[in-house]
Design a protein around this ligand. Structure first.
Ligand code: UTP
Length: 276
């Protein structure tokens, strides 16, 4: 068997984004900008940096805003051609020229695990990455690039983890495992949204995954968990009972842009670093 390469990255973007209403009434929260770039574009740029150029978006309402963003707008091109503003489109033009985009709709919001299963036709029988664009990661080498190089070595599912304050475990999936090298854990157990007293550790899963395709059959058979949703954490917990699954403490800084506080912090951070 030759080692598998990863080319595909799924972007689940079908959540309701209720914490950002009314902004998310007609567009997904993944289109919210950090300064002047939508969260999902930062995510796609991170995927490209990792060599993942087959982009699969799982959308719900507001699919059009994402599709139009990753497409050429002839009117706009015509309008700004030759002006000083052209430079503002450089990044998105690069993204569009380097990637192919596929879209599918999650018709019922039955959870992240279910959203990922909805992406199966876009992925097929290949290992793939998942990026939750509302976890905005920055500072240095992209998290997915770090994870792809680990995947090339270990050829197994990998989840990105971060230490969080104990009193916040309820907001995350939490792992338990043995540290096999600095910052790399072989996972033995995972729990979704545990109360602090039930959390086995404070190592929380953040929105970057590499998954082997056997995960799809597992998701199909997993029962609804926390919040009555099909949880990807429960499926990966099944997977780790039979195969090696790794938890990787990524290098860099993450902002939870699914929350108002994290979103404003990220905005200030990025704005502070811009050349103005
Ligand atoms: P969240 O738990 O942040 O939920 O989803 P949400 O609905 O987006 O936001 P709030 O809590 O109402 O403000 C985590 C990620 O999983 C995706 C979301 O789009 C987000 O990227 N997701 C979640 C789906 O694609 N489908 C689902 O059924 C649930």
């Amino acid at each position: 068997d030759s080692p598998s390469m990863i080319k595909k990255c799924l972007f689940p973007a079908a959540g309701y984004g209720t914490r950002f209403l009314p902004a998310t009434k007609a567009m997904p929260k993944e289109m919210l900008p950090i300064v002047n770039k939508p969260l999902i574009q930062y995510g796609v740029e991170e995927a490209i940096e990792a060599g993942l150029t087959d982009i699969g978006v799982i959308s719900g309402r507001g699919k059009r805003a994402i599709e139009d963003h990753f497409d050429i707008s002839y009117e706009l091109e015509h309008q700004i051609a030759g002006t000083s503003k052209e430079i503002l489109l450089d990044d998105i033009r690069d993204v569009i020229s380097q990637c192919t985009f596929s879209y599918t709709r999650q018709v019922e919001m039955k959870g992240l695990g279910h959203a990922i299963l909805t992406g199966e036709p876009l992925v097929g029988d290949n290992p793939f990455a998942v990026l939750l664009a509302d976890d905005f990661c920055t500072n240095g080498t992209g998290v997915l690039k770090q994870m792809v190089s680990l995947f090339n070595e270990y050829q197994c599912s990998i989840v990105a983890i971060e230490e969080v304050p104990r009193d916040q475990t309820r907001n995350y999936g939490v792992i338990e495992g043995t540290e096999i090298q600095d910052g790399l854990f072989k996972i033995s157990n995972m729990v979704e949204k545990p109360a602090p007293e039930d959390a086995p550790t404070n190592l929380a899963i953040i929105g970057r995954y590499i998954l082997t395709p056997d995960i799809f059959d597992i998701i199909r058979n997993v029962a609804p968990g926390a919040g009555g949703e099909i949880q990807i954490t429960d499926a990966i917990n099944e997977q780790c009972k039979n195969r090696m699954v790794l938890g990787y403490k990524f290098k860099g800084r993450r902002f939870d842009c699914g929350s108002l506080d994290g979103f404003v912090e990220a905005t200030n951070y990025v704005y502070g670093k811009m050349n103005k």
